[in-house]
Design a protein around this ligand. Sequence first.
Ligand SMILES: Nc1nc2c(ncn2[C@@H]2O[C@H](COP(=O)(O)OP(=O)(O)O)[C@@H](O)[C@H]2O)c(=O)[nH]1
Ligand SMILES: [Mg+2]
Length: 429
Amino acid sequence: GPNLKDDLWKSPWQEPGQYVTFEMDRGGWNNVRMSLELVFAFARATGRTVVLPRDEHMYFPDPGVQAKDFFKHAHGFADFFPIWDMHKRGTQPLVTMDDFLQREAYTGGLGPPPSAPLQNLGYRPLRDYLRGLGLDPTNDAVFMPKVNNDGRSHFLAFPTGKDAPVISNQTLTAPTGASLELVERLRTFAAGRTVLPFDGSWRTAKVVHFASFPNKGYRLLTHFYTFFFFADPSMDRRIKRFTRDHFRYTDEIWCAAARVLRLLRRDAQAISPNMPFTAFHVRHGDFQFKVVRVSAKEMIDNTRDILTPGELVYIATDEKNTSFFDEFREEFTVRFLGDYFEEAGLADVQPNFLGMIDTIIASRARIFVGTWFSTFSGYIIRLRGYYGTDRDSFYYYPKKKFVMQSDDPPSDPFYTREWPTAWRGIDVE
Ligand SMILES: Nc1nc2c(ncn2[C@@H]2O[C@H](COP(=O)(O)OP(=O)(O)O)[C@@H](O)[C@H]2O)c(=O)[nH]1
Ligand SMILES: [Mg+2]
């Protein structure tokens, strides 16, 4: 959990009255979560206040359970993570969009105020207002960083402190005055990418606005820890702890998962006393990567050496037709979230939480087998990294089956999996 020492840390770049605004990513939930973590990590590192977007309808595909109201609910991030806790603890200040607009936009502090009064300012006019300020080259109050190619070609590098030399491409290619250790770490981190120095507007703009505007080159689909380089390794660890300790699903989500876990363990122990369970995440639905769409038989054949004959296999999936998994039933006791719907009281849970509940359940398994490319599988492995069980994570895609047993540093494409640098050794001050 969060600790007081981390909470009390102040960014060396903190200035009064600076903010980060952002738009929710338009992809699936884990893409949204990745950009959320990135925005908050940036705010924490720079001492800026986070402006929370208004509640929105987000993209949650219907995973085929008994719920009909997936799109009825607009969500804010506080529905999923207890984010106001960090504000109350003084760790990371937050403000709602409407309070921010009243405080800064309608007072003229950012440039021309919005054309409509607050109560009439709809979703699109608000979005276009913020983008418009960011795209206006004469407005130095709002900076909208253009980072093409989802952060695969660039990353942002922070120097050790306020008056320390800026980290730039020069540091990579013709370093003068930088330590060999720093240059080596920077080269490994860069993995062929170009440095964006944390300097200029990144530091001075009143507002840094992260737009989700992919066809114009404004989108960051990458892990925060592969996008921010810190010349000070202790700052790097601190920001990783901040993400780990403050982005934990709410008690409501955890408790629902815990109810299922108790029943799952009961069913596993009915097979044999003290028997743990194994989990798969099989991503189908709208998933665009066809090479990982293989039959259940192939998944079993590719992983039989790590499975225990007859054990309980929990399958988290967005495949609605569970007969797809019949071959698993021939060799294992198989369970899905839907099997516990009544007994675990899931009908009373907000249906858009079900994917997060599946995530937590799968993360607690003896071994985990994921779908390569899936950021949903990736997050299950991240959680296992936080618990220390990441080595017991695999992919059923043979080429990538054992990648979690390697300590390779992050490389392109960064977002298709999680990397041990997110969790390994981060508790050292
Ligand atoms: N309940 C449930 N939903 C899932 C599962 N896998 C995918 N989904 C849904 O499909 C979305 C997948 O999109 P995303 O989170 O972006 O992950 P990715 O597309 O696999 O990288 C999730 O957020 C869930 O809404 C699963 O195992 N269980
Ligand atoms: Mg997706």
